[in-house]
Design a binder for this molecule. Structure first.
Ligand code: FAD
Ligand code: HEM
Length: 874
């Protein structure tokens, strides 16, 4: 049956399937029958039992007033449906019009409604989340077991996350006189959903009711006892708290994974729909037979500039389900848009909170009625001079008034409609945190298009078939990669990580681990290397002084890189690297001469370490007598990069800071001396250059020279040490290199792929929302790029875990990609080629003393800290 062709026939005997048998699903089914639909209706749901209502779960059920079983949704009418419960849908085939169930059954449809809602975001370490006493609250079973735990009189309850659900549960705990601690990463409870002004009121309310409220902190670990019972939580400030119940209230995840292969525009923010609730496919076309409603849908709203909005609101689920049902059985001309203004309520600490509109769509907020201190007020929210939302505390009767203001785009701030006008009615900035946190705490999130920003990338069908990128947590994998025990062989963990190419972490950052996604995003102009574009500030990476261009974005980055490049390689200085051959060979030769008489050598300390600083000092024109100081400074800086506050003395950090200062000062002095004295070294050339971009300022020259020293130091040490280690593990290749020295060129490329010194680019910032595959990374997010994992991606490299110097088409990620592609690549390659060729040629039967060797602490710049080898008969 072609559903669109004959609405009357479809209404009479069409087949409709509803996936997700809860609030939106049930209300849609009732509305379908109200509309006169007499065809077949199938309800698919993964939960067993009658559809029930969720808002009471965190309120009356936990308070013990209503049993969990007493929350069934009232039936408005019979729906005469076939119910397939207790089994999830696992796929949707639009071509054959079937819903696939996890048990293998296939259910045909003419039209389908998707209302699979959201689920609770679990604790990010699976084993900790499974401890007895750790809860989430989304289902009836969850609420029932938490209610039992509360009734048992716990010594303390820890609530992680102070959004609506977390705050409501804290309120219930206090009503039951249970000591409760609330831990919130943001600045205040509810601030993610309603902004800082209301956040402060909510914080006051919690404290006044005896909640131990801790904001701006992160829970890092949940600890259990020998019986597997939760006992203690650890915070990122080093403190701990003892409790025997923990409630993880970290927001939700939309149930869209089962639609991965469907071709629908379904992702972390939900299923994109038009205002008629019709789902869009990945190329933005309306699919006329697929509809979505409730928490899983994401729709544009004309009142909010047609931006896409994701809601987790009870009233929205009901209204949207009714519109979807109407449109499913109506001819095109009779279809209606779903245009209602979002409405939400919550009850906590004796206060009735109501919100109308989308508070996160605002730049200013004003207290318009009543008083914050009395916890009885209305605040209005404005965006570019018009009213977009209002929130009331114990003053809900006024919300209809504000609804009208929102609908008519009334000017902001609006006049106070009552005599209880506050004395100070000055609007203040609304102050929402970055979008990554919003995703965890707000019940209404604007996820759609700002005309000034590019928000969508076309995702072509062939990419879909190759496997989807999905933003979700990868519990523990990243932590295990960072753990020192993985340093010798992180590659199996990277393989695990690649199962989720774009992985959203518990702290809101994203980890990207597959080749295609890494190269896509590195080439995306909205990816920023400037720390200021992160929504959560990070410690300074430069340690004072002018930033170098590695931490800048175009056009400033390009200008400085261009100015430096003029003196560092083709086209203006084409002979730089070849001109250094003699110097490189002589330096390598004299270092190897130093091995004479030694049976055991440390390839790192005795060779790889002194080599690159000598080369870069020579290039820059650092006087020979200053060179030892440069070695020491670079050493101290590199040590401090690995600083671990838990195990390292602070002295290590201080030494790094001092070394950066000394290095800057010394380089500054050298630059000053070079003015007016053109010479062949890099500092003289930079100080006297009047190229098309003008002249670099002295501070810029110093920052660039410092960057060259640091960027080209540990990287080369690691490449040489990783190279020797790999050759000693592959004796036939080592022998081949001895016999065929030209092999060194592809061999070094293969090393950069197989054992790259730069394993991870630890942070980049999303300058605006960035689409990677089917995931939209929100503006301000921190993005971590797992280069070493990308270079071992089996989708890009055949047999990637094999070291194969004959490999063709070896476009590894060892030097990064795009605008920040390593500046020193040609020099690094030649240094390593000469080093390895000479080591292999001159060492006598080299053998590893320890395999694996000890590694440096860093998972980012990875390599052995020592590489002891024996040679000769020793
Ligand atoms: C504790 C709590 C308190 C709340 N309090 C309020 C409140 O005070 N005010 C307010 O406005 N809103 C509140 N809400 C939100 C409100 O309950 C939701 O907006 C509403 O439930 C959304 O309905 P829905 O049908 O879209 O999704 P859901 O109710 O989430 O239903 C989705 C259903 O689909 C099922 N499903 C998922 N995947 C599949 C699959 N692959 N196959 C088959 N079935 C699947 C799910 O198991 C579930 O049964 C609260 C929610 C919770 C959890
Ligand atoms: C084996 C040795 C080396 C490796 C593996 C390596 C790797 C990298 C990588 C991965 C990047 C990209 C960083 C990013 O995107 O944020 C980079 C950038 C850079 N590298 Fe290297 N590097 C090496 C040697 C060198 C040397 C010898 C120099 C200079 C003397 C150098 C100078 C730079 C500079 C200046 C940048 C920043 C480029 C920009 O921001 O435009 N590197 N390097």
């Amino acid at each position: 049956m072609t559903s669109a062709d004959n609405p009357q026939a479809f209404k009479r005997d069409g087949r409709i399937v509803v996936v997700g048998a809860s609030l939106a699903g049930l209300r849609a089914a009732e509305a379908l029958r109200d509309e006169g639909f007499t065809g077949s209706l199938t309800m698919i749901g993964d939960e067993l039992g009658e559809p029930y209502d969720r808002p009471p779960l965190s309120k009356q059920v936990l308070a013990g007033w209503v049993p969990a079983g007493g929350t069934a949704l009232p039936r408005r009418r019979g729906i005469d449906a076939e119910w397939l419960l207790g089994v999830p849908a696992s796929g949707l085939d639009l071509a054959t019009k079937h819903v696939r169930l996890a048990d293998g059954r296939e259910v045909p449809f003419d039209r389908v409604l998707i209302s699979t809602g959201v689920r609770a975001r679990p604790w990010f370490v699976e084993s900790e989340g499974a401890l007895d006493g750790v809860f989430v609250v989304r289902t009836r079973e969850h609420a029932e077991s938490l209610q039992r735990a509360l009734a048992a009189g716990p010594s303390r309850v820890l609530i992680i996350g102070a959004g609506f659900t977390g705050s409501e549960i804290a309120s219930i705990c206090r009503e039951r006189d249970i000591p409760v601690t609330v831990a919130e990463l943001g600045a205040a409870p509810l601030a993610l959903a309603l902004g800082a002004v209301i956040g402060e009121v909510a914080a006051d309310m919690q404290r006044a009711h005896g909640v131990d409220l801790r904001c701006g902190v992160k829970v890092t670990r949940l600890e259990g006892d020998a019986q597997g019972r939760f006992r203690r939580a650890h915070f990122d400030d080093g403190s701990t708290i003892d409790a025997d119940v923990a409630v993880v209230a970290l927001g939700s995840i939309r149930n869209t994974e089962w639609l991965r292969e469907s071709g629908l525009a379904a992702g972390v923010w939900g299923i994109t729909c038009d205002t008629g609730c019709r789902a869009l496919d990945i190329n933005g076309r309306v699919t006329d037979d697929v509809f979505a409603a409730g928490d899983v849908a994401r729709c544009p709203n004309p009142i909010y500039e047609y931006r896409l909005i994701s809601l987790e609101h009870w009233a929205n689920a009901v209204e949207q389900a009714e519109v979807a049902a109407h449109n499913m059985v109506s001819a095109q001309a009779d279809r209606r848009p779903h245009l209602s203004i979002p409405l939400f309520w919550s009850i906590q600490f004796g206060v009735n909170i109501k919100s109308i509109g989308v508070p996160t769509f605002a730049d200013e907020v004003v207290v318009i009625q009543g008083s914050l201190v009395d916890h009885r007020f209305v605040t209005a929210y404005g965006y570019r001079g018009r009213v977009t939302a209002a929130v009331s505390f114990n003053n809900g009767k006024w919300l209809d008034h504000y609804r009208r203001l929102i609908e008519t785009a009334a000017p902001f701030p609006p006049p106070c409609p009552t005599p209880d006008r506050p004395t100070d009615m000055k609007p203040v900035p609304v102050d929402f945190p970055g979008p990554t946190l919003l995703a965890q705490g707000a019940t209404a999130v604007v996820t759609g298009h700002d005309p000034g920003e590019r928000r969508v990338t076309a995702v072509h069908q062939h990419r879909q078939e190759e496997g989807r990128t999905t933003a979700t947590e990868t519990p523990g994998t990243l932590q295990r990669i960072f753990d020192y025990s993985a340093r010798a062989d992180p590659y199996p963990l990277y393989a695990e990580l690649r199962k989720t190419p774009v992985a959203l972490q518990e702290d809101g950052s994203y980890v990207i681990s597959t080749y295609r996604e890494i190269t896509d995003i590195l080439n995306d102009p909205h990816l920023s290397s400037d720390v200021r574009n992160l929504s959560r500030p990070m410690p300074s990476v430069e340690g004072g002084g002018t930033s170098s261009f590695i931490h800048m974005d175009p056009p400033e980055h390009d200008r400085l890189r261009r100015m430096a490049m003029r003196h560092f390689g083709p086209p203006h200085t084409p002979g730089l690297v070849t001109g250094l051959e003699g110097f490189l060979t002589a330096t390598v030769g004299s270092l190897i001469d130093g091995f004479a008489g030694k049976e055991q050598i440390d390839v790192v300390d005795d060779f790889a370490f002194p080599f690159p600083v000598t080369v870069i000092c020579h290039l820059l024109g650092v006087p020979r007598e200053d060179e030892p100081r440069f070695h020491l400074w670079v050493n101290d800086i590199m040590n401090s990069v690995d600083y671990n506050p838990k195990t390292d003395p602070k002295e290590k950090l201080d030494k790094g800071v001092q070394a950066r200062k000394d290095l800057r000062q010394c380089l500054g002095g050298l630059v000053e001396q070079r003015h007016g004295r053109p010479g062949d070294d890099l500092l003289s050339r930079l100080a006297n250059d009047d190229g098309p971009d003008g002249r670099m300022a002295d501070a810029e020259i110093v920052a660039t020279a410092k960057l060259l020293l640091i960027a080209g130091h540990e990287t080369i040490i690691n490449l040489i040490a990783n190279g020797m280690l790999t050759l000693l593990r592959h004796p036939q290749v080592l022998q081949r290199l001895r016999d065929e020295p030209d092999l060194v060129v592809p061999l070094v490329e293969e090393l950069l792929r197989y054992e790259p010194p730069v394993q991870i680019i630890p942070w980049r910032a999303a300058y605006s929302d960035i689409a990677v595959g089917d995931t939209v990374i929100p503006k301000g997010s921190q993005i971590m790029l797992m280069l070493a994992s990308g270079s071992r991606d089996p989708k890009r490299f055949h047999d990637p875990d094999r070291f194969d110097p004959d490999r063709r088409d070896n476009q590894h990620l060892g030097f990064g990609s795009a605008v920040h592609l390593c500046f020193g690549g040609p020099l690094a390659r030649r240094e390593t080629q000469i080093a390895l060729t000479e080591l292999v040629r001159r060492l006598d039967r080299p053998r590893l003393v320890a395999d694996p060797p000890p590694y440096r602490p860093s998972p980012v710049l990875r390599g052995p800290i020592h590489l002891d080898i024996e040679q000769g008969d020793g």
